[in-house]
Design a protein around this ligand. Structure first.
Ligand code: DGL
Length: 258
């Protein structure tokens, strides 16, 4: 048992959707969250650059004494998780597009997997497609994370972008939409509004936090009973002092809406 915090990182604000889930499901833990805001987006970058940036983020979290690392970013997980697991002596938990749970849902039709170019291009996703992707359609969504970063969670610009990505598939039944980037849960309302009522939107946040809990338990790293927990320290590579306030307010949005 240890009171040391759990570290989480993402290219920016997206991983805060995972952080909100972790605060809900593992409330006794404390968290340090690093958003690499100065280097957004990861999803259009060369994987070697994403690897380099992810390592820098992990170093910052390690310097805070984190007992486990959650890569709260599908893109960085695809690029870096396997390698970091070999290098680090603490648990490294990643997130992947929730295609497996989506494929297990009842019903017929396509499963649209919204994610970044890098996530959809790398072998990790191809392996997922080979197992669970019978009716899945990968849909790379450049530009959506920038909307979330600038606080645009609904409205005309977001809708126009989303329509461009979704419209080509809406003439056939859609069984589910996978939110394969941690920024996209913030766009749930906008995405739902363009789909037939009741279409499930599936993200990997709860599964990732369950895996975090399992790994902490296995390594005897859970916070001890009696530890209050729920403290969050935000870190960012951005020099703009407003970024830390935006992170805090995104956490409040996630806690209120997701
Ligand atoms: N939030 C990230 C993900 O889950 C990436 C967004 C980006 O930086 O392009 O893939």
């Amino acid at each position: 048992m240890t009171e040391r915090p759990v570290g989480m990182l993402d290219s920016g604000l997206g991983g805060i959707s995972v952080l909100a889930q972790a605060l809900r499901d593992l409330p006794r833990e404390d968290y340090v969250y690093f958003g690499d805001t100065a280097n957004i987006p990861y999803g259009d970058k060369d994987p070697s650059e994403v690897m380099r940036l992810t390592r820098l983020g992990v170093d910052k979290l390690m310097a805070h004494g984190c007992k486990a690392i959650v890569i709260a970013c599908n893109t960085a997980t695809s690029v870096a998780a396997e390698q970091l697991r070999k290098e680090l002596s603490i648990p490294v938990i990643g997130i992947e597009p929730a295609l497996k749970p989506a494929s297990l849902l009842p019903g017929e039709g396509q499963i649209l997997v919204l994610a970044t170019q890098v996530t959809l291009r790398l072998p990790k996703f191809h392996a997922l497609m080979a197992r669970y992707g019978d009716n899945a359609v990968p849909v790379p969504c450049s530009g959506l994370m920038e909307c979330v970063e600038s606080g645009l969670l609904e409205g005309e610009k977001v809708n126009d972008l989303l329509k461009g990505y979704l419209a080509p598939y809406l003439d056939k039944p859609v069984k589910a939409v996978v939110l394969g980037c941690t920024h996209y849960p913030f766009l749930r309302k906008a995405i739902s509004s363009l789909l037939p009522e009741g279409t499930p939107l599936v993200d990997g946040n709860a599964g990732t936090v369950r895996q975090l809990g399992r790994r902490l338990a296995e390594e005897d790293l859970l916070a001890p009973a009696g530890h209050t927990g729920g403290n969050v320290i935000f870190l960012t590579s951005s020099r703009d002092p407003a970024t830390l306030r935006r992170m805090q307010s995104m956490l409040e949005t996630a806690q209120a809406r997701l």
